[in-house]
Ligand binder design. Structure first.
Ligand SMILES: [Zn+2]
Length: 435
C-alpha cells in the first residue's frame, strides 16, 4: 500500500522573479548600475589583488581609467592558461584572490589544475536567478547530481543557490544511477540539477527498473549545465519526464554567465557579472549579433576576476525578452575559441593529450577524436606506434587508465597504422555536431 501522489503541480512556476528590481531594470538604469559596480570592483581589486594590479600596471592603467564597460577594452584579457601559469608561479591563487587565505571558507580544485578560493559568505546571484527563471520554487525537493568533491560547482555554486531559492536539497552527487531513481521516487523529488547526459542515464535506468519516468517519478524542473544541450535531447528528456529543462552557462572561475528563462530565448546575463563578446584576436568588443569570445568580469571581492576569457564563442542579443527580464542574452554557446574543448563537461587541453602520450615511449603520433553518439560524448585516442613496436591489449589498457587519470574522462584507445595522421594534425579533433 503506497498510493502514488497524483501528478499535479501546485506551484506557479511561470511568473515572478528572484530579484525583480534588478532583473527588470530599464536598459539605461542597468548600464549605470553595472558601470558603478565595475568602478567599485576595479578600485577594490587594484588594491587587494596582486595579479590584477600587475596587469593594470603592465598596461599603464590606473583604476580611474576604467569608468565604464567600454573602458574594459583597455585591460588585457586573462585566459584560463594564464591562470594556470600564474598559479604555478604564485600559489595557490596566482595573486588573483582579493582576501587573505585565512578569510576563506573552502579551497576548490579544478582540472588544470586550477585552485579557486571559496568565500565565507556565498552571495553570487546568477545560478539562483537561473533556477528561479527556469521554474524552481521554494519547497522543491531537488537532487543535485553534480560532483561534490574538489570542484566548486555542486557544493559551492549549485547547493548554495538552491538554498537561496528555498529548495530542499538531496546532495546525491554523480553516479549510483539506480539509487538516484529510488531517491527520486521515495521523495517525489520535483527538481533535478546535473548534466543532460546524466538525466538521460536516469531515464534509461528508470525504464530498465520497470518505471515510467513520467508517471512514476515526479520531476517538474531541471537545471542543467556543464554540457551542450542539443534541442533534440532537451525535447526527448522533457517528454520522457513531463518536465521543463532549462540550461545555464558559466565557469568554475567566474560563476554563472547566462541562464535560460522559460521563453528559451537565449541565456540572460545575471546582474552580478559583466559579459563582453570580443574579437578573440584583438580583445575589442563586438556589438550584438556578432560571434566572438565570451569575456567575463565578476564583482566578487574574494575572487575578482576582471576580463576573464572563457574561450567559448557566443553571440549577444539585446532584443527584449517576453519574460520581462531586461538583461542582454547570449544566444547560444557556439564552440571553443581554440583547441581546448569540453568532453562530458570537462575541459580537455591539448597539453593533457601530450602528457598522456609522453608516458609511453612507444607512441609516435597521436590524436584525440571527440564524437557524439546517442547524445553522449565519446572520446577516442588514436595512436601510431614507433617503428618496431607492436600493439597489445596490455598497452591499450595502460593508456586507457592514463587517460582517465589525466583527463578524468573515459577514452577508448585505437591503434592506427603508421602514417595515418598527417604532420601537424590537431591534438584534439572535435567532430561533434549539435543539431
Ligand atoms: Zn527571458
Amino acid at each position: 500500500m503506497n498510493p502514488r501522489m497524483p501528478k499535479t503541480d501546485p506551484m506557479d512556476r511561470t511568473s515572478g522573479f528572484l530579484k525583480k528590481n534588478l532583473e527588470t531594470m530599464p536598459r539605461k538604469k542597468r548600464l549605470d548600475y553595472l558601470n558603478q559596480k565595475l568602478r567599485g570592483i576595479i578600485q577594490y581589486a587594484y588594491k587587494h589583488s596582486i595579479a590584477f594590479k600587475a596587469k593594470m600596471d603592465s598596461a599603464g592603467l590606473k583604476p580611474k581609467d576604467i569608468q565604464s564597460i567600454k573602458d574594459l577594452e583597455k585591460i588585457p584579457i586573462t585566459k584560463k592558461a594564464d591562470l594556470v601559469e600564474l598559479q604555478k608561479k604564485n600559489p595557490p591563487f596566482g595573486g588573483f584572490e582579493g582576501v587573505p587565505i585565512t578569510e576563506l571558507k573552502r579551497i576548490y580544485v579544478s582540472p588544470g589544475p586550477i585552485y579557486e578560493p571559496g568565500e565565507m559568505e556565498y552571495n553570487e546571484l546568477g545560478w539562483a536567478q537561473g533556477m528561479y527563471a527556469g521554474g524552481f520554487r521554494p519547497g522543491d525537493i531537488v537532487i543535485n547530481t553534480f560532483s561534490y568533491h574538489m570542484v566548486p560547482f555542486a557544493l559551492h555554486m549549485v547547493d548554495n543557490s538552491l538554498q537561496r531559492v528555498g529548495c530542499i536539497i538531496i546532495p546525491t552527487g554523480v553516479g549510483n544511477t539506480e539509487q538516484q531513481v529510488n531517491i527520486l521516487k521515495t521523495f517525489k523529488a520535483t527538481g533535478f540539477c546535473g548534466t543532460p547526459s546524466f538525466l538521460l542515464n536516469i531515464s534509461e535506468k528508470a525504464m530498465e527498473m520497470g518505471l515510467d519516468p513520467k508517471k512514476d517519478l515526479n520531476l517538474k524542473v531541471g537545471f542543467v549545465a556543464a554540457e551542450m544541450l542539443p534541442e533534440s535531447l532537451r525535447a526527448r528528456l522533457e517528454e520522457a519526464f513531463g518536465m521543463v529543462i532549462r540550461q545555464t552557462y558559466g565557469t568554475a572561475d567566474v560563476g554563472c554567465l547566462g541562464y535560460e528563462c522559460l521563453q528559451k530565448s537565449g541565456m540572460h546575463i545575471p546582474d552580478d557579472k559583466i559579459v563582453e563578446i570580443v574579437d578573440p584576436e584583438t580583445g575589442k568588443q563586438l556589438g550584438p549579433g556578432k560571434t566572438g569570445e565570451i569575456v567575463a568580469t565578476s564583482f566578487n571581492k574574494v575572487y575578482p576576476l576582471i576580463r576573464f576569457g572563457t574561450g567559448d564563442l557566443s553571440i549577444l542579443t539585446e532584443t527584449p525578452c517576453s519574460c520581462g527580464r531586461t538583461s542582454s542574452r547570449l544566444i547560444k554557446i557556439l564552440g571553443r575559441v581554440d583547441q581546448v574543448t569540453k568532453v562530458r563537461g570537462l575541459f580537455v587541453h591539448p597539453g593533457q593529450v601530450d602528457e598522456i602520450a609522453s608516458r609511453f615511449p612507444q607512441i609516435q603520433r597521436y590524436q584525440i577524436v571527440v564524437t557524439r553518439k546517442a547524445h553522449k560524448d565519446e572520446m577516442t585516442f588514436r595512436i601510431e606506434l614507433k617503428e618496431g613496436e607492436t600493439s597489445s591489449e596490455k598497452l591499450k589498457e595502460e593508456v586507457e587508465r592514463t587517460i582517465r587519470e589525466v583527463i578524468q574522462v573515459r577514452g577508448e584507445v585505437v591503434f592506427i597504422p603508421q602514417g595515418t595522421l598527417p604532420e601537424g594534425a590537431r591534438k584534439i579533433d572535435d567532430q561533434r555536431t549539435w543539431e
